[in-house]
Design a protein. Structure first.
Length: 367
């Protein structure tokens, strides 16, 4: 076995050992650290902070409302809330049938936000997403007809099934929050985020997103298949007449709106970050650039994304300061799509999460 292969295998083994000893590095994904609304939310300090902050209570109430329609995806719902608090976009990865569309619809209903869904196909054109000029025979003029991107939460379903030209049409909207047509820039509604989905097991006939576009997504969230008890609950609800197309009948109600979301964003902006934590974030990001299994490390944009999401997570958890555990909790969903494995590492069966877990275990934690 080559030295490179031995290094890759050692990293993989170390990561698995570290995960067996401690789940903190993957706390955001599996709830070990205590997602907002989960076990950690029952602590008296968190309860007191929630009672004294209407904006936090409203956001946690949103999680409860979404749970009336979506079962077993608490971490993903929290990730979507973090994205809304940070004004960032989300890449959802999961096999068909795990309620990706239902989650976005329930979230928009609970937040009183507009949402539109676009099924990305090989024949989809850029104008089908952003909008285009249409000739009006009555006025003999061209008028702009808005595309589905003019919404609050745009669900880009199977974004990797459309050619790069159409994928790129989203770049300006995602980065600048505007659409330029015929020399005029048209602002998008606020808030605005893109929730794009990918099927992780079917790649035939797809167009993988380039690194430049992946870097525009704040988080990459994995939606796993539900456990046995959760799947029984899903089937039970359907046996009792649950209709995923009728969320009002399922009891999902608006419990927050744009005003509460803006108040929450203002509160997140006030969360303090100690210089030691800033250094820790930078050390984690820089370690990805030196990892032998990665051919592409995290850019400075990834460092700022990790900072912002850690602040949102800290605020949702009832604190006005960021801890190293907050950074660890968000490292995987925030960084996993910003790095690239070397081909030899892939052949050795090393995963991105394995390497990131190893990095989190090796970077010194500030005390």
């Amino acid at each position: 076995m080559s030295n490179q292969a031995q290094s890759n295998q050692a990293q993989s083994n170390q990561a698995r050992s570290n995960q067996a000893q401690s789940n903190q590095a993957d706390g955001f994904t599996d709830g070990a650290y205590g997602y907002p609304g989960g076990p950690a939310s029952q602590e008296p300090a968190v309860q007191a902070a929630t009672r004294s902050d209407p904006a936090r209570k409203a956001l946690l109430d949103v999680r409860h409302e979404v749970g009336k329609a979506v079962v077993g995806q608490d971490a993903t719902v929290t990730g979507m809330l973090i994205a809304l608090l940070c004004g960032g976009h989300v890449l959802l990865e999961g096999v068909p049938g795990v309620a990706k569309t239902l989650l976005v619809r329930a979230l928009s209903t609970a937040l009183s936000l507009d949402t539109k869904r676009v099924q990305f196909t090989p024949d989809l054109m850029p104008g089908d997403v952003t909008g285009s000029l249409v000739y009006d025979s009555h006025t003999s003029e061209f008028t702009f007809r808005e595309g589905p991107v003019f919404t609050n939460i745009m669900l880009a379903d199977e974004i990797n099934r459309t050619p790069p030209k159409t994928q790129a049409s989203l770049l300006e909207a995602m980065e600048e929050r505007q659409v330029s047509v015929d020399g005029l820039s048209r602002p998008l509604p606020s808030p605005f985020i893109v929730a794009a989905t990918q099927n992780p097991v079917e790649y035939e006939g797809t167009y993988p997103l380039p690194e430049a576009q992946l870097d525009r997504f704040l988080l990459k969230l994995s939606m796993p298949l539900p456990g046995r008890a959760e799947e029984i609950e899903v089937v039970r609800r359907h046996s009792e007449g649950f209709d995923p197309r009728n969320l009002l009948a399922a009891g999902v109600r608006p419990v927050a709106g744009v005003a509460e979301l803006q108040n929450a964003r203002d509160a997140v902006a006030g969360v303090t970050v100690a210089p030691e934590i800033l250094g820790y974030i930078v050390d984690v990001v820089r370690a990805t650039r030196a990892a032998p299994s990665f051919q592409l490390g995290v850019s400075p944009r990834g460092a700022t994304a990790l900072l912002n999401t850690s602040r949102a997570w800290a605020w949702l958890s009832g604190r006005n300061f960021v801890t190293p555990d907050d950074v660890k909790a968000l490292s995987l969903p925030c960084l996993r799509h910003r790095v690239g494995l070397r081909p030899e590492a892939q052949m050795d069966g090393v995963s991105v999460d394995d390497v990131l877990g190893s990095i989190l275990a090796s970077v010194p934690v500030p005390r």
